[in-house]
Design a protein around this ligand. Sequence first.
Ligand code: NAP
Length: 326
Amino acid sequence: MSTHTDTTPHAQAHANHDTIHDTVILGSGCAGLTAAIYAARANLKPIVLEGHEPGGQLSITTLVENFPGWPEGIQGPQLIENMKQQAARFGAEFRMAHLVSVDLSKRPFALNLGKETLHTRTLVIASGASARWLGLPSEQALIGHGVSSCATCDGFFFSGKEIAVIGGGDSAMEEAIFLTRFASKVTLIHRREQFRASKIMLERTLAHEKIRILTNTTVDEVLDVSKKEVTGLKLRNVVTGETSLLPVSAMFLGIGHEPNAKMFAGQIDLDDDGYVRTHNNVMTRVPGVFACGDVQDRRYRQAITAAGSGCMAALEVEKFLEEHGR
Ligand code: NAP
């Protein structure tokens, strides 16, 4: 008996009485929606589980200027809505549901959504990665109003302004250097004295004339929620306890991302930071389970690369179903 084909009476009862879907796509960001467009056009009637952040990271972005085909740019939420409509037009079905648990040990795979269990011959994991935030109420209130986790998306809006970047790893260095294209001055704020960033990135940052670095410093509050815009940061030196006010027009978080893949631990391979390990671009170690977008990509993390890998995942689903039967 194949390890991935369950022929027990229990499984056969499922097979007889429950619908077995050809494919379920977990996530409705750029990767998941592109997979949905391709799978729907292949008449696979994909079920898209929208997850806890419907639309993914693009849905909390403003103007997207680097997605090919939009010479004037397009608002992130609009781009997502367009993709969703495109997938729905070809028969994709969207469900507002969260995956509670999953069993990938046999086919059809079982996805427990709490109130119901879906059975599917293939699964596309496109659950993305979520930016880490500091967790301050004032920060959360000002996301999209000067607080951002994406320099390439939002840096342009702060031309000629003073900007703060939080973090001490490569992402923060990269964001700080990128933001010097627009900002009059960038202050990089790190909570410790030592940096996680690679030597070369740190050296570049330290040498940049527009960047100032504050170490041993944390943010207590982002001002000014009442004005619905960022006017400054209340800072604290963690060594001396001294507080200060830094006037800035924007705060960019560069404190890392968390791939949304914890629920798959032990069933497919994850790397040390929790990203899904794939081979041949989108294949996991479980036949019939594919992963695309930011949940498996720590390097590029762009809307267009997520869309590209979503396309690949759907094409692999088609090929898999041709080879293994529907
Ligand atoms: P990272 O290496 O995990 O660094 C995260 C940074 O954010 C750390 O300095 C950490 O401080 C800080 N931080 C985390 N939570 C915080 C909090 N609540 N408050 C304040 N600070 C907080 O993450 P990353 O920079 O995103 O890099 C992830 C991986 O991608 C790394 O392997 C990196 O090399 C790679 N990457 C490479 C490049 C490149 O080569 N161009 C660019 C981007 C990312 P502590 O140090 O005190 O923990």
